[in-house]
Ligand binder design. Sequence first.
Ligand SMILES: CC(=O)N[C@H]1[C@@H](OP(=O)(O)OP(=O)(O)OC[C@H]2O[C@@H](n3ccc(=O)[nH]c3=O)[C@H](O)[C@@H]2O)O[C@H](CO)[C@H](O)[C@@H]1O
Ligand SMILES: [Mn+2]
Length: 268
Amino acid sequence: MMTPWFAPILWDGSYNIDILNAQFHQRHVRIGLTVFAIKKYTVFMKTFIETAEKFFMVGYKVNYYVFTDRVKEMPNITLADGRQLVVLEVPSYKRWQEVSMRRMEMIRDNSSKRFINEVDYLVCVDVDIKFTDEVGVEILSDVFGTLHPGYFRAPREHFTYERRKASAAYIPPDEGDFYYAGGYFGGTVEEVYMLTSFCHSEMMTDKGNNIEAIWHDESYLNKYFLYHKPTKVLSPEYLWDDNIEVPEVLKRRRSVIVPKNYNAVRNR
Ligand SMILES: CC(=O)N[C@H]1[C@@H](OP(=O)(O)OP(=O)(O)OC[C@H]2O[C@@H](n3ccc(=O)[nH]c3=O)[C@H](O)[C@@H]2O)O[C@H](CO)[C@H](O)[C@@H]1O
Ligand SMILES: [Mn+2]
């Protein structure tokens, strides 16, 4: 329930949402949810938004920041009061790995340009997920990461960190706290700016040296969290994979990964 640096690990039952709601409503907190739907990944948008309307930060001011190269394919969904969809047109990249990695640069650029004036916190997630249970202000903190569903009970040796010293994402074998998922992190706009800025510049350093970390943006994110510890850690309740058998400790699944046909959506 707590990391060795005293950051709460969020499991169901570890907090009282009424107390937290009272505090966050008092602050009139505004939340930005960033998501990327580039090329064929626009197919995930409808379910993403519809389920977020049902479960994500209900009752709060929410801006969905949708980065896409296919503005015309954005679904037309009526949103609840106080919620709006902001479509940001961006270029696409050829390789899916690069599409995934470039999210860091685009979140960084928009954090200083736009998000800082519009919201207090950012939550940055993959588009191929659906919300299946409540996600509220309990997740908000200066900077947070999420335990990857595939590794939360695994020993450190099994974490798929970047292990080549030549990469800026390298993590020595005797270091590393958790294996964090690339597809679910956030924090204040200032903290997300620092995180994305670090990840993007380390990726560019590697690009210059013709090396790319094993799990792309996820590897650089893990490197960042090693030396800039998250102030909250979300349990895999927040990002579950239904291909994994549900363990006893997992009482709720707040969002789950939507199965995808890799060949069909990642059109090489
Ligand atoms: C759940 C989770 O932790 N997912 C991470 C995982 O793989 P995933 O297999 O979940 O990666 P993915 O295919 O979902 O790609 C990541 C994200 O990039 C966007 N996208 C990608 C390709 C494309 O053509 N169009 C597009 O919009 C989209 O928002 C997608 O959700 O590892 C990736 C790096 O290898 C990223 O760190 C993902 O965040
Ligand atoms: Mn994904």
